[in-house]
Ligand binder design. Structure first.
Ligand code: NAP
Length: 235
């Protein structure tokens, strides 16, 4: 896909140093997109730096939880077009998420990273997104945040993803007039540090599916929750 004027589209990916974020950076770069790969410690991001060696991937420092870091990141992109923002960075909210033992500090941390940060970043990058011919904001949510699914535990993680779903739906309504497509997505249960070794699919399969979905997104898709397989997910 090319952006306005025939240039390759620019895709911003947060948490791009490992897991699904890294696989997405590799997938979009392989397809010839300009990738701006954001992570907390670019100097320590070995696999990402290897990708960047090809020239299609630019590394930028970004701690999505830190408002100053987000401001520095958006300043570094000022005047540039961003076609796709992928809010990928996410955390589980810690091990202690039960009735008997809840880590409230870790819960707040999860809300900052999984819920507030995607909103803050979307707002910070709006000027760059508004320059794009087909702007899209895609936020990695989870089926664990779906209100239709009934299962116990993981209170911090589930609530942070349910909340980001509502945020993204609301943002979609508000940005409709700008032609900005906004979608939360479930990437599958993926073998990463977060998903664990027993998870169902590889990072490559998840990234391939998300790539195809993101390429195909139209205003019709906006404000709806999608899976990596391109199916609509119940809220
Ligand atoms: P992961 O392997 O644990 O990687 C998480 C990524 O987020 C890392 O790059 C991490 O960077 C980054 N991150 C965490 N806090 C950050 C912060 N404050 N600022 C910037 N980056 C930060 O997780 P994953 O499995 O790839 O998950 C990616 C996304 O998919 C998450 O939003 C997750 O909730 C969602 N998801 C995953 C699954 C699954 O099965 N894996 C299922 C549903 C949804 P550091 O290396 O610096 O920590």
């Amino acid at each position: 896909m090319t952006a306005r004027g025939g240039a390759a589209e620019t895709v911003v990916i947060t948490g791009a140093n490992r897991g699904i974020g890294l696989a997405l950076a590799a997938r979009f770069a392989r397809a010839g997109r300009r990738v701006i790969a954001a992570c907390r410690e670019p100097a320590a991001a070995g696999a990402l730096r290897a990708l960047a060696g090809d020239g299609a991937v630019r590394l930028e420092p970004l701690d999505v939880r830190d408002a100053d870091s987000v401001a520095r990141f958006s300043a570094a992109l000022a005047g540039e077009t961003v076609d796709v923002l992928i809010n990928n960075a996410g955390i589980t909210g810690g091990e202690r998420q039960s009735l008997a033992d809840m880590d409230y500090a870790a819960w707040l941390h999860a809300l900052e990273v999984n819920t507030l940060a995607p909103f803050r970043l979307a707002v910070a990058l709006l000027p760059s997104l508004r320059r794009a011919a087909r702007p899209r904001i895609v936020t990695l949510s989870s089926q664990m945040g779906s209100l239709q699914r009934r299962s116990a535990g993981s209170y911090a993680y589930r609530s942070s993803k349910a909340a980001v779903n509502k945020l993204m739906q609301t943002l979609a309504v508000e940005l409709e007039a700008d032609g900005i497509v906004v979608c939360p997505v479930h990437p599958g249960w993926v073998r990463t540090d977060m998903g664990g070794a027993a998870a169902e699919i590889s990072v490559g399969a998840s990234a391939d599916g998300l790539f195809a979905l993101i390429e195909a997104l139209t205003p019709e898709h906006s404000g709806r929750f999608w899976t990596w397989e391109g199916k609509e997910h119940p809220w």
